[in-house]
Design a protein around this ligand. Structure first.
Ligand code: KG4
Ligand code: ZN
Length: 365
C-alpha cells in the first residue's frame, strides 16, 4: 500500500460541477486541499433539465479543474489518481465528467477510478471520521434517492445492503416539489428549511418574521405504520398531494399569509423528517448499529440532524451519529476523491476504456 495519494475528484452527476484535490493517507485520514463547485441556476425550469445541465457542465468543467488544482497548489503531474462519478445520475451529465477524466488520465498517464455517487455521499462523512465503528446504518437522502443501507465490513472494504428505499419520490424531490407549490426557488430543501425557521412573505407582501408551526397541519407520515415488510420503505408522493390540497383549500398560494406559508413549510418538513428519522432509528436498534450516518443533500437539513440525534439518544444510545462536515452535504468533488481513496492507496485502477456512465446501479453491487 502507498503511504499517501493525491486524488483529483470529479463530480457531474446532476447539476453541480464539483472538482476537488484530496490527499489520502494510509491510515485513511484526509486533507481536502481544494473543493470547488460550479453551481447551476435551474430556477427558471424549477428543476434540472438534463441536456441543459450537461451543457453547463461542459462549459464549466475545465475552468473548475484548473481552479481546484491551483487552489490546492498542485499540477496534474502531482496527481496520483483521478476519481470520477460514473453512476447513478443523469447520463448526459455523467458523460461530461467521465470524458474530462479520461482525457486527463490519458494525456497525463494518470490512473482512473470510477466511483458510485451514493457510496461517495457516505464517504463524505469519512473526511472527519476516518475510523467509524461497524456495523453502520446509513440514511441516504438526496434529490434522486432515499434509502436505508446497512454497512458492514471495515473502512476501505465496506459492504452495503439496502434495507429499503422509496417507492416513488425521493425526500429531496419532495422538498423540491413542495417548495414549487409554495412559490419558492429551486433547490427547495434549503428554502423550505429557511421559511420554516424564519417565516417569509405573505399575500400582502412584507416579511412575516415568525417561524412556522410544525404542528399547524397534520400531513401524512407515509409508510410509518405499515407491516414489517415495509418497515424501511418510503413513499413521499402522498405527502406532496396532501400539501397541494391544503394550499388549494386555503384559497391558493396567492391568498396565503406569511404565517400560513411558514406553517405549511414547517409542517411538511416535520412530516418528512419524522419518517426519515423513525425508520433510521428503528434500523439502528434492530441491527445493533454502532454508527448511524446521514448522507446526501438532505443531510444539510438541521431539523433532520437534530431530531435524529435526540431520537437515537433515547432509542439506540449505542449508536454514534455521524454527518458530513459543512461544505460536504450536497454534491462535491471531495466526496468522490475520498470514496476512491482505499483503491487509490492499493493501486486498484479502472480500465479507462471500459469506464462508462450508467444511470442506475444499486449501491449493493
Ligand atoms: O445529494 P444532492 O446534492 O444531489 C443529488 O445527488 O440529488 O441532493 C440535493 C437535494 C435537493 O433535493 C435539495 O433540495 C436537498 O438535497 N437539500 C435539502 C437541504 N439542502 C439541500 N433538503 C432539505 N433541507 C436542506 N437544508
Ligand atoms: Zn448527490
Amino acid at each position: 500500500m502507498n503511504k499517501s495519494a493525491l486524488i483529483l475528484g470529479i463530480e457531474s452527476s446532476c447539476d453541480d460541477t464539483g472538482i476537488a484535490v484530496v490527499e489520502a493517507r494510509a491510515d485513511l485520514s484526509y486533507s481536502i486541499l481544494s473543493n470547488c463547485i460550479a453551481s447551476q441556476d435551474h430556477r427558471a425550469t424549477q428543476g434540472v433539465v438534463p441536456e441543459v445541465a450537461a451543457r453547463h457542465h461542459a462549459s464549466n468543467i475545465h475552468d473548475t479543474i484548473s481552479k481546484a488544482l491551483s487552489e490546492a497548489g498542485v499540477s496534474m503531474a502531482d496527481i496520483d489518481a483521478i476519481a470520477v462519478t460514473t453512476t447513478p445520475g443523469l447520463i448526459a451529465c455523467l458523460q461530461v465528467g467521465i470524458e474530462a477524466a479520461k482525457a486527463l488520465a490519458l494525456s497525463h498517464n494518470t490512473p482512473l477510478i470510477g466511483v458510485h455517487h451514493m457510496k461517495a455521499h457516505i464517504a463524505s462523512t469519512f473526511a472527519e471520521h476516518p475510523n467509524i465503528a461497524f456495523p453502520a446504518i446509513v440514511l441516504l437522502a438526496s434529490g434522486g434517492h432515499t434509502m436505508i443501507v446497512r454497512m458492514t465490513g471495515e473502512r476501505g472494504r465496506e459492504q452495503y445492503e439496502i434495507l429499503g428505499q422509496t417507492r416513488d419520490d425521493a425526500a429531496g424531490e419532495a422538498f423540491d416539489k413542495i417548495a414549487v407549490m409554495l412559490g419558492l426557488n429551486y433547490p427547495g430543501g434549503p428554502e423550505i428549511a429557511r421559511l420554516a425557521a424564519e417565516g417569509g412573505e405573505g399575500s400582502q407582501g412584507g416579511r412575516g418574521g415568525a417561524s412556522g408551526n410544525p404542528k399547524a397541519f397534520d400531513f401524512p407520515r407515509p409508510m410509518l405504520h405499515g407491516d414489517e415488510s415495509t418497515a424501511y420503505e418510503f413513499s413521499f408522493a402522498g405527502l406532496k398531494t396532501a400539501v397541494l390540497y391544503t394550499i388549494r383549500d386555503l384559497g391558493g398560494i396567492a391568498a396565503l399569509s406569511a404565517q400560513q406559508k411558514a406553517d405549511v413549510a414547517a409542517s411538511a418538513q416535520a412530516a418528512i423528517v419524522e419518517v426519515l428519522v423513525r425508520k433510521t432509528v428503528k434500523a439502528a436498534k434492530e441491527y445493533d448499529a454502532k454508527t448511524v450516518i446521514i448522507g446526501g443533500g438532505v443531510s444539510a437539513n438541521v431539523e433532520l440532524r437534530e431530531t435524529m440525534q435526540s431520537m437515537l439518544e433515547v432509542t439506540a444510545p449505542n449508536a454514534t451519529l455521524i454527518v458530513p462536515s459543512p461544505g460536504l452535504f450536497t454534491d462535491n468533488g471531495a466526496m468522490i476523491a475520498i470514496a476512491a481513496s482505499a483503491q487509490a492507496l492499493q493501486g486498484e485502477w479502472s480500465d479507462p476504456f471500459a469506464l462508462r456512465a450508467v444511470a442506475r446501479t444499486p449501491i449493493s453491487e
